[in-house]
Design a protein around this ligand. Structure first.
Ligand SMILES: [Zn+2]
Length: 230
């Protein structure tokens, strides 16, 4: 006999036949993830992964980036908080030991804040290297999200090289076509930056556009999840 809690957890984890799943992931810890994105996702009942780092040079500028307290609040709201390295250093600019140190710093920071040790990782600027996959596996990570601009196919694609498409202010139709591929064996994963993103205007997404995408996901009946939920 299952308890109600176990039963509910089972429902959340199990894939319902015919259900369309998409992954929403948010990079770089811009301030708008706490102030605009998280409340909107909650309103729609959507899950998400937030890949955080201390983005140089001005992580201390809180008009641009979340505080660690805000990042902890994302965890408390039920979202996945995951690793994007400490300093957004690309994996082709490090060796295994340096990469491990970047990961370890974030893991320790999470522990100090009461956030679970991350199981998901996003490669800074989508740069991947085979050594990095080995380090992620050794450290207990389950997923590595990359770029690649195509839909994730579990069983065919390496989960440590999970493809994703980046939402921008000029690709509304492309993103809608992309998510509409959701179905058996096909999970579209999106990479989204600030809504808005004042630190990185080249990946800015205006709030009105973001809400158009959210409404589209709702209308299509998508289950919107974090990487860890897959
Ligand atoms: Zn990034």
């Amino acid at each position: 006999m299952m308890t109600r809690r176990e039963f509910t957890a089972g429902l959340l984890a199990a894939a319902v036949p015919g259900e369309k799943v998409i992954v929403a992931s948010f990079d770089d810890a811009p301030a708008s993830h706490a102030t605009i994105v998280a409340p909107l996702l909650k309103k729609y009942g959507f899950g998400a992964t937030f890949f955080v780092c201390e983005f140089p040079p001005d992580f201390e500028d809180k008009s641009k980036y979340m505080t660690w307290e805000q990042i902890r609040e994302l965890h408390r709201m039920g979202f996945e908080v995951a690793s994007h390295t400490r300093t957004h250093k690309h994996v082709d600019k490090m060796n295994a030991e340096q990469f491990s140190q970047e990961l370890e710093w974030v893991e320790n920071k999470f522990v100090s804040l009461g956030i679970p040790k991350p199981v998901s990782f996003a490669y800074p600027s989508y740069v991947t290297r085979p050594y990095a996959i080995e380090v992620l596996k050794q450290r207990g990570y389950k997923y590595g999200r990359a770029g690649l601009d195509r839909v994730y196919e579990p069983g065919k694609d390496d989960p440590y090289l999970m493809p994703s498409l980046t939402m921008r202010d000029n690709n509304k139709a492309e993103v809608m076509e992309f998510v509409n591929q959701a179905g058996p064996g096909k999970i579209p994963a999106l990479t989204i930056h600030g809504v808005p993103d004042i630190a990185h205007p080249w990946v800015n997404v205006p709030q009105t556009l973001f809400e158009e995408h959210l409404a589209h996901w709702k209308k299509q009946g998508f289950r919107v999840v974090a990487l860890r939920d897959l």
